[in-house]
Design a protein around this ligand. Structure first.
Ligand SMILES: [Zn+2]
Length: 412
């Protein structure tokens, strides 16, 4: 798609002070959003809520479109992520504001209530879904404020991706042209709004299939090759060598985890097949590859070690897939500088951080769009103790509005 022509018309003067977030409305919006069931691949009602509120605020249907996640994701899905593309009313490079709308399954049935300075789930068996409906609300409130107060802004794209929690699939498959080729990008997903995540780890997903040889475990165990024994030896080897869990070698850092072991049918049969699923993470791509290599070698050695009486050995099929690559942004990147200025203007002290998990930002950076991630009040994500810190959430709304207007560097 050719880049859209940007229109520039003066409305309010750029130095007009920005409106403060309306606390009542901000809380109502985020609580309504958190109360919608919408785990990954089933985000349809969340997207409908957002479109409905944007339409009622006066945004046109033709400025909204859905990305093609359901066609491209291995999981399918009932809806694509929502993209709202707006021409600028003042000049400047296009800015992208984004926040994922899916939640982890533990959030289904959440009933948000206010307790003190927090929003929590009334039901202690569910999480809350502040991850990342808080971010989704920050974006929606920003879009509504722009319209309502007729605030001047550079060209903007709002993007609410789906399927973040299950593999970053929304951000992975969206194209920069569908997002209007933005130059600066801001992703809300996290806790403290002053914490700017400028880098994140990368991860490999491993699938290791161990093939042994079945035999009667009572009658002729010596004629079998136990896939269970092979897998156990390999994992024990990795553990003893310091390659499982937290990995620290010569100043290099990484993690690995054997998360799934499946295999075996009965106790009276020597196990002929075990499937192991694992992951390896490190900020350093070479070290990450080295961890993967240690896994490969450990399983191959173990396969050599276990033999049947007539010399049969097991086999290992090793598959690795890059889940997402690591990145670290230059602190001089315009998006980082802008985010810092906005945090400062909101009364915060910006800090840089590097995340140990993957973010939608990983994929946008991989496509060539520097993306900084900011907090929006989430705490204890993915657990039943999840809560939203109201003060942080409101501060995030203020920061987002400054960034949307390109007003972060202006005098108060
Ligand atoms: Zn999240």
């Amino acid at each position: 798609m050719p880049p859209r022509k940007e229109r520039t018309t003066g409305r309010r003067s750029p130095s007009t002070p920005l409106p403060r977030p309306d606390r009542e409305r901000a809380l109502r919006t985020v609580m309504e959003l958190m109360a919608i069931d919408g785990p990954s691949t089933r985000e349809g009602r969340v997207i409908a809520y957002l479109m409905d509120h944007l339409r009622r605020a006066g945004y046109r249907k033709k400025d909204m479109e859905l990305d093609r996640t359901p066609e491209k994701s291995p999981l399918g899905g009932e809806t694509g992520g929502l993209i709202l593309t707006l021409p600028g009313t003042r000049p400047g490079p296009r800015r992208l504001l984004m926040a994922h709308v899916d939640t982890v399954p533990l959030c289904v049935g959440a009933r948000p209530v206010i307790r003190g300075g927090y929003v929590v789930s009334a039901d202690r068996h569910t999480a809350l879904g502040a991850d990342d409906r808080a971010g989704a609300a920050v974006l929606l409130l920003t879009a509504l404020a722009l319209k309502e107060h007729r605030l001047p802004h550079p060209p903007l794209t709002f993007y609410w991706p789906v399927q973040e929690e299950v593999g970053l699939f929304g951000a992975r498959y969206v194209s920069l042209s569908q997002l209007g080729r933005p130059k600066l990008a801001f992703n809300w997903d996290g806790g403290d709004p002053a914490k700017l995540t400028i880098g994140a780890t990368g991860a490999y997903r491993l699938e290791i299939e161990v093939r042994g040889r079945a035999s009667h475990a009572g009658g002729a165990p010596e004629q079998g090759v136990s896939a269970t024994a092979i897998a156990a030896l390999a994992i024990a080897d990795l553990h003893r060598g310091g390659w499982h869990g937290l990995i620290e070698k010569n100043g290099q850092l990484g993690t690995s985890n054997v998360g799934v072991i499946q295999g075996g049918q009965a106790t009276n049969v020597v196990t002929d097949r075990v499937l192991v699923r694992a992951e390896a993470r490190s900020h350093d791509p070479r070290f990450r590859q080295q961890i993967v290599e240690q896994f490969r070698q450990a399983f191959q050695r173990a396969a050599q070690e276990v033999q049947s009486v007539d010399g049969h050995r097991g086999r290992v099929r090793f598959r690795q897939r890059l889940d997402y690559d690591s990145f670290v942004l230059d602190p001089k990147e315009p998006c980082v500088q802008a985010a810092e200025a906005a945090v400062r203007r909101s009364g915060g002290k910006p800090q840089h951080a590097v995340a140990n998990g993957g973010l939608d930002a990983n994929w946008l950076v991989a496509k060539g769009l520097p993306t900084v991630s900011l907090g929006c009040g989430q705490l204890h994500q993915h657990t039943t103790a999840e809560r939203l810190r109201i003060r942080w959430f409101l501060q995030a709304c203020q920061i987002a509005l400054l960034l949307a207007c390109g007003a972060e560097a202006e005098e108060r």
